[in-house]
Ligand binder design. Structure first.
Ligand SMILES: Cc1cc2nc3c(=O)[nH]c(=O)nc-3n(C[C@H](O)[C@H](O)[C@H](O)COP(=O)(O)OP(=O)(O)OC[C@H]3O[C@@H](n4cnc5c(N)ncnc54)[C@H](O)[C@@H]3O)c2cc1C
Length: 394
């Protein structure tokens, strides 16, 4: 059984894990350092999507089934375990971590909320990484305001046909199965339902959304034209789908925040080590007060963000409401990480921005975290509206 070498920065999470979960995190840590790190760095430097072999290797290790119950062939891991595994990935590449983590989330969703038929059709493929899965909610016309989505599912014999477009789908270029949020018209108006949709054939066309420095997210747009979905593929019916999707977004915000602090931790430790060895004007860079204070500020804000993320994650783990904390944790973690990585690069001098270190990759990929799973502005607005409810005694 692999041992988990303690890292002080992650100790509060690790102390909550079972022995089996700690072993799983240790396996993830070794794999990410030995294999994933190089693949992520190369993809970034070449401005190419990452090598898909990583997906198969991650599947062989069983990580797509991390939160699937053991009775269904998964690891039965907790939310905090999911977070720690995602953090080990994010230390070496936020975008790749985001992709693999989304696939893991898809397997969890099908295992927890899928019907027996849906599980039989999809679960094994998702858990083994043979199929790539992703949530598809955002649309070209807008992502923040989900209530305005325009993709439509129309009733036909034996199922539904989908018309419309989804955009900014992580892994969208290679995705096989999505949870699709669509408007379902009926006599009394229109509501929203969620479907498990195979992305295949000429009625579902994928195209890449090019974003320089962040191609490892494999962002894609999918255009549907009379795409048939059978009856049994309905995941959440009208009346439930919108609320269910928002529920899962809160947990997603917390693990994105956890990944942000892990990427920053990687950049910070690289900078700290380098600045302790590099000499300028007769002393190590960390011997200069100005630079030392700059790194001290990074560490302070990183610790504060990490504590908030842990508080939010603990509430998710206990099944408690996390709407406000998730919005706060994600907003703060993204901002601290983006600013912190820049400070680390600056502290190292020009080499901090070179291909020798992964800091510029972290900077580019973390920048995209400010949009994914809710933009910082939208989350601030949401947090602002709930201040009285969250902080004043009734
Ligand atoms: C790396 C990455 C991965 C993603 N993965 C997925 C995925 O897998 N599936 C998926 O469905 N989507 C995904 N998205 C899409 C993401 O969820 C959207 O980008 C996000 O919801 C914002 O939508 P938008 O980009 O359309 O911006 P818009 O909604 O058009 O917003 C434009 C601007 O208005 C601001 N704004 C919006 N509302 C408010 C408000 N209330 N107050 C103040 N300002 C506001 C925004 O902050 C933003 O600055 C991903 C995006 C990225 C970058």
């Amino acid at each position: 059984m692999s041992e988990l070498a303690p890292v002080l920065f992650f100790e509060q999470y690790d102390s909550e894990l079972t022995q089996a979960e700690r072993s799983a995190v240790a396996v993830a840590r070794n794999f990410c350092a030995d294999e994933l790190a190089d693949v992520a760095a190369l993809a970034y430097l070449r401005n190419e999507p990452f090598d898909q072999q990583v997906i198969s290797r991650w599947g062989e290790l069983g990580f797509f089934g991390l939160q699937v119950e053991t009775a269904q062939g998964g690891m039965g891991g907790s939310f905090l375990c999911k977070i720690r595994v995602a953090q080990e990935m994010a230390r070496h590449g936020f975008a790749m971590a985001f992709c693999l983590n989304n696939m893991q989330g898809m397997a969890t969703r099908v295992s927890r909320h899928g019907t027996p038929r849906q599980k039989e059709a999809f679960l094994a493929n998702l858990m083994q990484g043979r199929w790539v899965g992703a949530p598809a909610m955002s649309e070209p016309q807008g992502g923040s305001d989900l209530s305005k989505l325009s993709c439509r599912a129309t009733r036909v014999e034996g199922g539904w046909v989908i018309n419309g477009s989804k955009a900014w789908v992580t892994n969208g270029v290679i995705v096989d199965l999505i949870t699709l949020l669509a408007r379902v018209p009926d006599e009394e108006g229109a509501d929203i339902a969620s479907f498990l949709v195979r992305v295949d054939g000429p009625t579902a066309v994928r195209s890449e959304i090019l974003s320089s420095g962040a191609r490892s997210f494999r962002l894609g747009r999918i255009d549907f034209r009379d795409h048939f979905v059978p009856d049994w593929a309905l995941l959440y019916p009208p009346g439930q789908a919108f609320a269910r999707s928002l529920e899962s977004i809160n947990a997603a915000r917390v693990h994105v925040a956890a990944m942000c602090v892990a990427s920053l931790y990687s950049a910070f430790t690289i900078a700290l080590r380098y600045c302790g060895e590099r000499v300028a004007f007769g002393k190590p860079l960390t011997g200069h007060q100005g630079l030392r204070w700059s790194l001290a500020d990074v560490a302070m804000k990183m610790e504060a963000a990490n504590s908030l993320v842990f508080r939010a994650a603990s509430r998710v783990q206990r099944g408690q409401d996390v709407t406000m904390l998730a919005a706060q944790a994600k907003t703060l973690a993204v901002e601290v990480a983006v600013e912190g990585v820049q400070a680390c690069m600056q502290a190292m001098g020009a080499i901090g921005a070179s291909a020798e270190f992964p800091l510029s990759m972290h900077a580019s990929e973390l920048r995209m975290a400010a949009y994914a799973d809710g933009t910082s502005e939208m989350l601030r607005d949401r947090a602002g509206k709930s201040l009285a409810k969250s902080y004043l005694d009734s």
